[in-house]
Design a protein around this ligand. Structure first.
Ligand code: PRE
Length: 256
């Protein structure tokens, strides 16, 4: 059985696999071990008792924690895999207990992915908790896959600082940040539009320089590299773009 992994190159985590790309194989006692080593790029192990056999396949091992296994049992199985000569172990939290996932990552220093099953609802939370990757059921609908990848990208950009090592990595990281920025800018324009409809005088006619100064000062606390001088022209442009959008949507109200 193959499983899909959402590519997640955020944080210090390594990409585990590319969505829709490499084939992963689930290991169970009934699987012919020798037949596996061909096309598969990794082997998924659910039964910790099979870890030794999986280690010998010379493929990366994705060690999925069974519901009943403790943190200690899970990490011990990972160490056993390494002792067997295969250090390429990725832990996979399937329950998913995000606190336990975080502890496993901190204690073992190994990458940990979270198995979301067919549901994207925990994708952002898993990334915020430090997940290095997300695993989705092969039957998950494409909307679920898209939602998980989008949440991972946006939340990762906000909460997971990156340390890219070359130009392509840095550009990929900035693309993720810009994706989050676009979502925030769109949301801000929507809110600014709502404010224009609530103000006695909306649009450019109701512009409030003192409020704009406060907006910039508050943002500078979170953006010290840019500071107020850097943010002032950016926010002037953002605010004006919001007012133009409001005028386009509510011509009569915004310029009243
Ligand atoms: O807060 C308001 O009064 C707004 O109209 C919103 C907003 C903004 O986009 O932040 C826009 C124009 C004003 O000059 C100040 C702020």
């Amino acid at each position: 059985m193959s499983v899909r992994i959402a590519d997640l190159t955020i944080g210090e985590g390594r990409p585990v696999a590319v969505l829709g790309g490499p084939l992963l194989v689930e290991l169970s006692p009934s699987v012919e071990l020798d037949a596996l080593a061909g096309p598969a790029v990794a082997v998924v192990v659910d039964d910790l008792a099979l870890v030794r056999a999986a280690a010998r396949l010379a493929l990366p091992v994705i060690l999925r924690r069974p519901r009943e296994a403790s943190l200690m049992e899970w990490l011990t199985a990972a160490d056993r895999c390494e002792a067997e000569g295969n250090p390429s172990v990725v832990l996979c939290e399937a329950v998913p207990d995000l606190a336990l996932m975080k502890a496993a990552r901190a204690e073992s220093g190994r990458p940990v992915i979270v198995d979301l099953g067919k549901d994207a609802v925990l994708a952002g939370a898993a990334v915020a908790a430090g997940a290095d990757g997300l695993l989705l059921d092969p039957d998950a609908p494409s909307e679920v896959v898209d939602a998980a990848v989008e949440d991972a990208r946006l939340i990762g950009a906000v909460v997971r600082p990156e340390a890219p090592e070359d130009l392509p990595q840095a550009r990929a990281a900035i693309d993720r940040t810009d994706a989050a920025l676009a979502v925030i800018l769109e949301r801000r324009a929507e809110l600014a539009g709502a404010i224009q409809r609530l103000k006695p005088v909306g649009g450019f006619a109701g512009r409030d320089p003192e409020r704009e100064r406060k907006v910039v000062a508050a943002m500078a606390q979170r953006a010290p590299r840019l500071g107020e001088p850097g943010l002032r022209p950016i926010m002037a442009a953002v605010i004006e773009a919001g007012l133009h959008a409001a005028e386009r949507e509510w011509p009569a109200r915004a310029s009243r």
